[in-house]
Design a protein around this ligand. Structure first.
Ligand code: DAT
Ligand code: MG
Length: 181
């Protein structure tokens, strides 16, 4: 366990007198909404991981979990269980397991709905410029990124992809500037 101490009061953080890192139970750090975002194999192959992470960071969300995995059909069948009867289901699983994916949990105010908007419609042809799919993809079968579609879905997906111990509850020092607390 690594504890990082801030060295000066010049960075504009309210919590400068205490360790940065794991949450200390301050009243202004209430647990917030979380969602699962994944850069799909096409996004990883096309070296879009950094740009996608940047969008969530710059919007003001907090990264609480991150890993790169080559997903099995087992976990993908569960993840996409609702689409089991669709004609594209098998090809979806083949594509999603074809190479590494970068799976993340992001936390913040209204993060589920906001990230769906940032990602854009399922079919990139309908996703406006400025969204991730609208900027980086052209076809529904290669739409670069996954985002949970509801708070309940997010909870299930987060549990499916991450053991609780791999999600970090930490204080981000700009938190008092991104939401009213
Ligand atoms: P979303 O990823 O926007 O939540 P979804 O849950 O309906 O959309 O579908 C999951 C993924 O399945 C989607 O991101 C890409 C793939 N998919 C959906 N519709 C498809 C289609 N008509 N043909 C091929 N792939 C499709
Ligand atoms: Mg979906």
């Amino acid at each position: 366990f690594l504890t990082v101490y801030s060295l000066s009061g010049s960075r504009g953080c309210r919590s400068l007198s205490r360790p940065l890192g794991r949450r200390q139970g301050m009243p202004w750090t209430g647990r917030q909404e979380r969602t699962l975002i994944a850069v799909k194999p096409d996004g990883v192959q096309r070296r879009l991981v950094g740009q996608i992470i940047q969008r969530f960071e710059q919007r003001g969300f907090k990264l609480v979990g991150l890993k790169m995995v080559q997903a099995s059909h087992g976990i993908l069948s569960e993840h996409y269980g609702e689409l089991r009867t669709k004609p594209f289901f098998q090809s979806l699983l083949t594509y999603m397991s074809s190479g590494p994916v970068v799976v993340m949990v992001w936390e913040g105010h209204n993060v589920v709905q906001a990230s769906r908007k940032m990602v854009g419609q399922t079919n990139p042809a309908e996703a406006p410029a400025g969204t991730i799919r609208g900027d980086f993809s052209v076809h529904v079968s290669r739409n670069v990124v996954h985002a949970s579609d509801s708070q309940e879905g997010a909870q299930k997906e987060i549990q499916l992809w991450f053991p609780a111990k791999d999600l970090l509850d930490w204080d981000c020092c700009d938190q008092i500037y991104t939401i009213e607390v």
